[in-house]
Design a protein around this ligand. Structure first.
Ligand SMILES: NC(=O)c1ccc[n+]([C@@H]2O[C@H](COP(=O)([O-])OP(=O)(O)OC[C@H]3O[C@@H](n4cnc5c(N)ncnc54)[C@H](O)[C@@H]3O)[C@@H](O)[C@H]2O)c1
Length: 328
């Protein structure tokens, strides 16, 4: 019978270490053309200022995982409904029969797999000696971004910036204690960017949040917040100065204002996308080639991240007897 897994169940079995490995394998399989992943279906719920996304994938090869996540993005949820911005539910199926084997909450899972993708990209692209980070946005995604980063590049100092100052301050207190890192909530955007080896944008902003001329050489950027053609967190200067690695080239060209707006402006063309992340991971395209290069990972979020992570969750839950079996 299918296993029903609550958010708490998922939290109790999913570790960032396991997720990093699952997500990296999924990106490699995608680059080897062993995954099937249609462009996600997006419904704009204009009346309620929300997005509804249907994200199916099959990953063959080393994983053999089949599933579908439905995720919603409602930026006004935290202030107006005391709910997270991102909510999700995932159905995992047996690839041999198509039968559902698990239905699980995918809110926490989404944050962990998004953190893991940035972790995988950072491991592949950031300078080995990266120790300082600035984080834009102090919300749900930002937490897991920091957890993943600190595993692949242990950090000495983090600055966090949020238009909601109290959110930045409580983020600095909580994460500083739990990860034992020096985290400072700041409003000095220019100084924080100039000091950073790694920049993470995980905000709900629709417009650029810093000036790309402040980036120093050798910086790595994980750009994860924006994912619609008219919204971006990065300015054109940042994009022009960077070696641009997409989570998937086609997904970026369909959804990512961070590259689509500079293309529309005529500042760059599609060839500015150097590679998809999986191509770098399997060695089909080079990653960082000097300590001066600015590297940029643009993540829109891919269904292979969800389905590979869900398989890890399901396997761990079965092993540990977690969840409730339900007859559908
Ligand atoms: N790439 C992916 O795979 C992926 C996955 C999940 C969510 N997301 C996106 O990430 C974004 C953040 O999601 P979340 O769940 O953390 O939301 P959240 O609401 O928990 O946090 C977003 C934070 O950004 C802050 N913010 C808004 N404008 C800002 C600005 N100009 N500068 C600094 N901070 C600013 C808000 O005050 C808020 O604290 C959303 O746009 C979401 O759609 C991307």
């Amino acid at each position: 019978m299918p296993l029903l897994l609550s958010r708490r169940d998922v939290e109790s079995v999913l570790t960032m270490e396991d997720c990093l490995e699952a997500v990296e394998t999924a990106f490699r399989e995608l680059a080897r053309s062993r995954a099937v992943m249609p462009q996600r279906a997006v419904i704009k719920v204009e009346e309620h200022r929300g997005l509804f996304l249907g994200m199916p994938a099959y990953i063959g090869g080393d994983l053999d995982a089949l599933g579908l996540k439905v995720v919603t993005v409602y930026p006004e949820n935290p202030a107006q409904h005391d709910l997270p911005t991102v909510l999700g539910t995932l159905m995992l199926c047996d690839p041999a029969t198509g039968k559902a084997v698990a239905i699980m909450d995918a809110g926490y899972l989404t944050a962990v797999r998004t953190g893991a993708a940035s972790g995988v990209a950072t491991r592949a692209l950031a300078r080995e000696d990266s120790r300082t980070c600035v984080l834009f946005g102090a919300g749900v995604q930002a937490r897991q971004q920091l957890v993943a980063l600190n595993l692949v590049r242990p950090l000495a100092k983090v600055s966090v910036i949020d238009v909601n100052r109290e959110a930045a301050r409580s983020f600095a207190r909580e994460l500083g204690d739990s990860l034992e890192i020096r985290i400072e909530a700041t409003e000095d955007v220019e100084r924080a960017v100039r000091e950073a080896d790694i920049v993470v944008t995980a905000s709900s902003s629709h417009d650029p949040i810093f000036d790309g001329s402040w980036l120093r050489e050798g910086t790595h950027i994980n750009n994860i917040g924006s994912h619609s053609p008219d919204a971006r967190e990065l300015d054109t200067t940042t994009v022009k100065r960077s070696k641009f690695v997409a989570d998937l080239r086609e997904a970026n060209l369909a959804e990512a204002g961070d590259i689509l707006i500079p293309i529309r402006e005529g500042a760059v063309n599609e060839d500015h996308i150097h590679a998809s992340l999986g191509e770098v991971l399997i060695g089909a395209k080079p990653g960082r080639e000097s300590s001066e290069e600015i590297t940029l990972f643009k993540s829109c979020g891919l269904a292979i991240q969800d389905v590979s992570t869900a398989l890890a969750v399901y396997s761990a839950a079965r092993e540990r007897g977690i969840g409730i079996e339900v007859e559908l």
